[in-house]
Design a binder for this molecule. Sequence first.
Ligand code: FAD
Length: 290
Amino acid sequence: MKYFKKELLKKHTSFKIGGPAECYCTVKTIEDVKQALKYANDKKMAVSVIGAGTNLLISDDGIKGLVINISRGLNGIKIEDDKIVVGSGVMLQRLIRFAAKKSLGGLEFLAGVPGSVGGAILMNAGAWGKTIGKYVKSVKVLDHNGNEKIILRKDMGFAYRKSILQGVEQIVVEVVLKLRKMKKKTIEQKIAEFVGKRKNRHPLGSPNCGSVFKNPEGKIAAILIEDAGCKGMRIGDAQVSMKHANFIVNLGDAKASDVVKLITVVQGKVKTKHRIKLEPEVKIMVESKT
Ligand SMILES: Cc1cc2nc3c(=O)[nH]c(=O)nc-3n(C[C@H](O)[C@H](O)[C@H](O)COP(=O)(O)OP(=O)(O)OC[C@H]3O[C@@H](n4cnc5c(N)ncnc54)[C@H](O)[C@@H]3O)c2cc1C
């Protein structure tokens, strides 16, 4: 295992923002994760976990302790009856393509959502009214001492962009998903449809972190933001997207501090106009935690 000092985390986020990790490593297997945890414990370093970095805003000052990047490994994927057993480092798009090949459907709504399976489970990623949590049978996690545990779906606390794993020291290493037999052609058609819808709506040309805010109950954050006059608003190189108001795009050299300021301004304007406090969906990482 190799450990790197001062690895720039902007290289590992879709926003292209983030300072250095005090210490950084990638892992290939569950044993590697355990080894990395032991290394951090021996050195009394805090541990943070990142996946593909597509839902992350990392501080310009970086992260203290060890940052473990899961998305370069833990990439096993296999079928057991109508279930898929998948490593948490597998990219969602690979998972969906794999399932389609095996005529297993259900996850097409995630077509075009970037990120790893681990990040998607932690966030209960979803789109078009559906979420991944519905298809989960169980999740294998490690605590920061390297102890394994299996959590059944009923105990995962899945809700809108929420799971029980947020803010606790548990690392997702493997997930069992239950899908349903479907015609391969139907699955592929649905995938193409969902990808097309995304291309038309999202600003895919500039670095971003997907939706910045959660949709408040019964409302659409993008519409509230647009109505509050925030579309195109800019601080430094961070700008509220002209194409989709719930995206902030990095026009070149945006700092995390610019994005945080912009988030605060947007929240203020929406509060004034609509009396609604927008809650960030993006995970803001300023200190070490999973
Ligand atoms: C263009 C674009 C479009 C998007 N569209 C959607 C969408 O439609 N729906 C949606 O839900 N999301 C969307 N997202 C956000 C993002 O893709 C998802 O939230 C994704 O599931 C995050 O996965 P990740 O691997 O990138 O996680 P990261 O961003 O790396 O991490 C997110 C959080 O999960 C934690 N984490 C990551 N891996 C693990 C692990 N193995 N164990 C424990 N904790 C872990 C991190 O510590 C962090 O708190 C979009 C993002 C972009 C850039």
